[in-house]
Design a protein around this ligand. Structure first.
Ligand SMILES: [Zn+2]
Length: 288
């Protein structure tokens, strides 16, 4: 980067203090209350996302970097400089924006919490990554893998877990289960054997096994293929899902959202959807 130089300033130093449980507690409290660089880092992202980067934008980034340096050292320096009003105002004119569009992926933000996508490098990278194979309706809330688990049972998300190790071992050797040529549905046969091997060799009960595989494959290995999991334990996962759904709930006829009806004949989730259904029915009657 041309013309960018390291920051040089006199960093303050807190007074020397005797170590005691009290002073350590105070230090920890300072680290938690004054040491959060996240918001300032997000503000820097907003400046980079503000379009053309000129001298003023670069200055704002430099000021915020300086501020972040102070914040990250705050617990040991107890020093947090306030920017002069004029500079604070300039900073604010950039940081009142929302975070960039790619924060939907980077920080799990919802679309109303981010700016519209512009042509920034990060947004272009995000746009060039193909959609996942499963598409979720926009109106339903986010996929929650915990709905596939038996939450009354224990599990592990460690890659050292015997469940993950045995699963990986046999999933990679799935075609070795093919020797019985008389079996018609080879795929089903293979995954039945995978299931048997994972249960036998991990020595864990089925709820622990399924919980562990779901939690691990949907978090640590988010983008991995889930065929092995679903083909070998799909029946258990579906049962977990059924148990986790509110038995009273229904799917809204208009938007597809799950809701708990207040009246027995209620078929839409909200007044808004009820109105849309009404309009639809009226149109239908008119066209008949
Ligand atoms: Zn609805």
């Amino acid at each position: 980067m041309k013309g960018i130089v390291p920051l040089a300033y006199n960093l303050k130093k807190a007074k020397a203090e005797k170590l005691s449980t009290d002073s350590m507690y105070q230090g920890m409290a300072h680290a938690y209350t004054g040491g959060n660089i996240g918001p300032i880092s997000n503000n820097i992202t907003k400046v980079w996302n503000s379009g053309e980067i000129g001298e003023e934008q670069l200055n704002v980034v430099k000021w915020l970097c300086f501020q972040n340096n102070a914040v990250i050292d705050y617990a040991k320096t107890l020093w947090l400089p306030e920017p002069p009003k004029e500079i604070a105002d300039t900073i604010k004119s950039y940081t009142k924006a929302k975070v960039p569009d790619f924060f939907i992926y980077a920080k799990d933000k919802e679309s109303h919490q981010v700016e519209l996508p512009n042509n920034s490098t990060m947004n272009r990278i995000a746009a060039s990554i193909p959609d996942p194979k499963i598409k979720f309706s926009k109106t339903i809330s986010k996929f929650d893998y915990r709905m596939l688990m038996n939450l009354d049972c224990d599990f592990s998300v460690s890659s050292e877990s015997p469940v993950i190790k045995v699963y990986d071992y046999w999933n990679a050797r799935i075609n070795e289960f093919e020797d019985d040529k008389a079996v018609k549905n080879q795929d089903m046969y293979k995954y039945k054997n995978l299931r048997r091997k994972v249960l036998e060799e991990s020595g864990k009960d089925i709820d622990y096994v399924v919980n562990t595989l779901v939690a691990y494959l949907y978090t640590v290995r988010k983008t991995s293929a889930k065929k092995g999991l679903w083909d070998s334990f799909g029946d258990v996962i579906i049962q977990n899902l059924k148990n986790n759904l509110d038995q009273e709930s229904k799917i809204c006829k208009i938007c597809g959202k799950r809701f708990v009806p207040k009246r027995i004949d209620q078929v839409t989730c909200s007044a808004e959807c009820a109105r849309l259904l009404d309009n639809q029915n009226r149109k239908l009657r008119r066209s008949l």
